[in-house]
Design a protein around this ligand. Structure first.
Ligand SMILES: [Zn+2]
Length: 83
């Protein structure tokens, strides 16, 4: 069990998290968008895009929402955030 499971709050914004998610409703939606967009991106490129590179690209996009950027920054800080 991780600390996050014990404290029951979103690791990004400290609001109460969804019971089935690591994040609150806002950031679990953002996480879903990140995963789905990566699949589309990989299809568009015709190759697997490494997660660190994908994150860097998303962070540079002006169209990327604040919630998505906050989740990416959180994932990058995680020990296994690279993949
Ligand atoms: Zn949150």
């Amino acid at each position: 069990m991780t600390v996050n499971e014990l404290v029951n709050e979103c690791p990004v914004c400290r609001r109460r998290r969804e019971s089935e998610s690591e994040f609150c409703s806002l950031h679990s939606r953002a996480m879903k968008n990140i995963i789905e967009a990566r699949e589309k991106w990989c299809l568009a490129f015709g190759q697997e895009l490494a997660r660190p590179e994908y994150f860097e690209r998303l962070l540079r996009l002006e169209a990327t929402g604040t919630a998505v950027k906050d989740v990416i920054i959180y994932l990058q800080r995680k020990p296994d955030g690279g993949e």
